[in-house]
Design a protein around this ligand. Structure first.
Ligand SMILES: NC(=O)c1ccc[n+]([C@@H]2O[C@H](COP(=O)([O-])OP(=O)(O)OC[C@H]3O[C@@H](n4cnc5c(N)ncnc54)[C@H](O)[C@@H]3O)[C@@H](O)[C@H]2O)c1
Length: 335
């Protein structure tokens, strides 16, 4: 007999895969509902969640409306670090635990950042396009060694990027209001104000969570402070950058280029100005899209979902410990 139903919306998970097998052998039924499938069939997310006990969540928007349409729901296992697509307050109010998978993808995102710094500094996309078109360009790029990397958000991914950049001979400065002082003493990273970092860095790389304190953090004023010819790399969330101001800064030649793995509207609209520039590299939110990170992240999410459905109230990576208060109140009300 089934012990409950788990909905899986993470696009890269599939029936018969590792996570499906884990859930089924723990006694749970699984249903897969992907955004692309729903787009094709017209099924709504509110319909898909109606009879589920848990959700292994991709990047779909789990709004208050969707959460309220899921009366049996007890836990979200978000496959990833950013859980800004889940209305955590609504989940908490409904007694639903929200778990996530910190650290599972830091290596993959950091490697993408390193690759994008080299792409930007050596103008690789432009060079490849020119050769493909029959040309043979030899413009001068820049070395990473000796240049300054400014990291905004020195958390799990930011620290991994910092370590690799220092190994390459870069000077690393960081802005983080909750800076780990012990780390600063041992890592060789220099703490700075955001303004100081923007004016000092040849590369600015964003590694912050999206919330009200970081939305539009890199606005027109911040972009104007950036060093002429410097580069912006965003693998955090699109909403932390003012994209119109960024397009202006690229068009005017103030910035040397940008690499954006995340944009405000994903997929990037066909008419976005960001498509016009050969020194703006937009990738399709692939920071964590490696076999290794996906496996680590989804197995971690599934383990936490199973633990919670098995009655362990506080799995390791719980976003909303206060869900228990509401869950208790709801149980009492039902009893
Ligand atoms: N592109 C991708 O595929 C991908 C994959 C994983 C994570 N991400 C994004 O990367 C972000 C960072 O991930 P992480 O694992 O390093 O998270 P983390 O929580 O370990 O680190 C975030 C850091 O930002 C700092 N911070 C908070 N507010 C700040 C502010 N106003 N200014 C500067 N710093 C601030 C925190 O103190 C923390 O050190 C995630 O929140 C997610 O949005 C993207």
């Amino acid at each position: 007999m089934s012990r409950g139903r788990v909905l899986i919306t993470t696009a890269y998970l599939f029936p018969g895969g590792e996570v499906d097998r884990m859930l089924q052998s723990a006694g749970f039924e699984t249903t897969f509902s992907k955004y692309q499938d729903r787009l094709r069939t017209g099924e709504k997310l509110t319909d898909a969640v109606a009879d589920v006990d848990a959700i292994i969540a991709g990047t779909d928007a789990f709004t208050a409306e969707v959460i309220q349409a899921a009366p049996r729901l007890r836990v979200f296992g978000r496959c990833g670090v950013g859980y800004d697509n889940i209305d955590v307050a609504a989940a908490t109010a409904s007694g639903v635990a929200v778990t996530f998978t910190p650290g599972a993808n830091r290596g993959s995102v950091s490697e993408l950042v390193l690759g994008q710094m080299i792409n930007l500094a050596r103008m690789l996309p432009q060079n490849i396009a020119a050769v493909r078109a029959g040309g043979w360009e030899q413009r001068s790029g820049r070395e990473l060694a000796g240049s300054t990397l400014g990291i905004v958000g020195l958390g799990s991914i930011g620290k991994t990027v910092a370590t690799a950049a220092i190994a390459l001979g870069m000077t690393v400065v960081a802005f983080d209001p909750f800076l780990d002082e012990a780390l600063i003493e041992t890592s060789g990273v220099r703490p700075m104000s955001l303004e100081g970092l923007l004016t000092a860095a040849d590369f600015v790389s964003l590694h912050i969570f999206l919330d009200d304190s970081t939305r539009d953090l890199i606005d027109r004023k911040a972009l104007a402070l950036m060093k002429p010819g410097s580069f912006l790399i965003n693998t955090a969330r699109g909403e932390v950058v003012d994209e119109e101001a960024l397009a202006d800064a690229i068009e005017s030649g103030h910035l040397g280029g940008a690499a954006l793995d995340v944009v405000r509207q994903e997929p990037l609209p066909a008419d976005s100005r960001l498509r016009q520039f050969d020194n703006v590299i937009v990738t399709a939110h692939i920071g964590a899209a490696t076999v290794e990170a996906r496996s680590r992240s989804s197995v971690m999410a599934a383990k936490q979902v199973i633990a919670l459905l098995d009655g362990e109230p506080t799995p390791e990576h719980l976003v909303n410990a206060d869900y228990l208060t509401a869950a208790g109140a709801l149980t009492e009300r039902k009893a």
